[in-house]
Design a protein around this ligand. Structure first.
Ligand code: COA
Length: 322
């Protein structure tokens, strides 16, 4: 698919840095265990901003980075599993925060857990014939649904948002997508409903919490990432050697290392920031993409793959010529 281009990126993580050591005070764990089993050192929790606010801050940065007038936006898609409300959607709330209520805009949310941003990017790119300028956001305030007494889960997650502006443009650059889902694994990874925004210290509710079987999710993730990367390469008629960067979902460094080993991917081609931010669910891939572009590591002219897996189970990859 040609004639669509990512022209701006931005991200925003939660305000409060939580180091591994702090978990030693609330659960039976150690800094050393968390680092060696996950690769995570810190994560950022949002104690003062809900999902739409983090998404809005990332969106503002992406609009600035794209150097467009916000009035050009006619499509807003937000990927999240932790929306402020069931309705209005985060995308409508962000439309309002951006002051775009008088603009004719299609705005809606997508729930595909950690794959959410890649799904949203794919949907937006398919829609960019009727629409001209899409704001696509992946955002989660996981601290609303993390059980801070569950040591298998709570150490993994952080809060954050990443946003892109993608425009219809006259370009020969390719964008090729692959997506899949398997709906019968609810027992391995689920969150049953929404809870109000609570601070890390006060989180004590059970309803809505993420529940997972870590090792089953791990096993699934390795196979899903491997499948998504090889299928998108096949569709794009490319080999891994031709790819400059792979930006994977930032869940656990051991998952990523396993995949890299299986497909013979040079680790220098991976962009990793999970050591700082942990797993920010739908925020993970767009935060990594935005950070890599902001740091001038991933640049115009490069060929990249975004690849994610998550609850559902869902998984997807996009091959993008920047
Ligand atoms: N601190 C110390 N010990 C811990 C721990 C923690 N934070 N969490 C789990 N353990 C323990 C387990 O209770 C278990 O103890 P046991 O043998 O006495 O029962 C032991 O460590 C090994 O558990 P296991 O689940 O095999 O560990 P693991 O190496 O698979 O790591 C995860 C656990 C959760 C870190 C890992 O499985 C994982 O990251 N899975 C993927 C999860 C994910 O990405 N979820 C989001 C999907 S988008």
């Amino acid at each position: 698919m040609k004639n669509r281009k990512i022209i701006g990126v931005g991200y925003q993580v939660g305000n409060k840095c939580v180091k591994n050591k702090e978990f030693e005070k609330i659960i039976d764990t150690t800094d050393e265990w968390i680092l060696s089993r996950t690769g995570i050192k810190t994560r950022y929790v949002s104690t003062n901003k809900n999902t739409s606010e983090l998404g809005f801050l990332a969106a503002k940065k992406a609009i600035l980075n794209a150097n467009i007038s916000k009035e050009e936006i006619d499509l807003i898609i937000v990927a999240t599993i932790t929306p402020d409300n069931t309705t209005p959607s985060c995308s409508c709330l962000i439309q309002d925060k951006l002051g775009l209520n008088k603009k004719k805009i299609m705005a809606f949310d997508i729930n595909a857990a950690c794959t959410g941003f890649v799904y949203a990017l794919q949907v937006a790119s398919y829609m960019l014939s009727d629409y001209k300028c899409a704001l696509v956001i992946g955002v989660d305030v996981n601290s609303k649904i993390v059980d801070y007494t569950d040591r298998n889960t709570c150490i993994l997650f952080g809060d954050g948002a990443g946003a892109i502006i993608m425009k219809q443009e006259d370009t020969n650059n390719e964008m090729i997508h692959y997506a899949n889902s398997i709906g019968d694994h609810e027992g391995f990874l689920s969150a049953s409903g929404l809870v109000i925004h609570e601070k890390l210290e006060n989180a004590s509710r059970e309803i809505g919490f993420i529940k997972q079987n870590g090792s089953e999710v791990f096993r699934f993730a390795v196979g899903a990432l491997e499948e998504a990367i090889s299928e998108v390469l096949k569709k794009a008629n490319k080999t891994l050697d031709e790819i400059d960067y792979v930006i994977p979902h930032q869940a656990n460094i051991r998952i990523i290392d396993n995949v890299a080993k299986k497909i013979n991917l040079n680790k220098n081609k991976l962009y990793i920031n999970l050591d700082k931010y942990g797993n920010t669910t739908a925020g993970s891939i767009p935060i990594a993409l935005s950070e890599a572009i902001t740091k001038d590591i991933v640049k115009e002219g490069m060929k990249i793959i975004l690849v994610g897996f998550g609850g559902g189970f869902t998984y997807a990859a996009s091959y993008i010529e920047l």
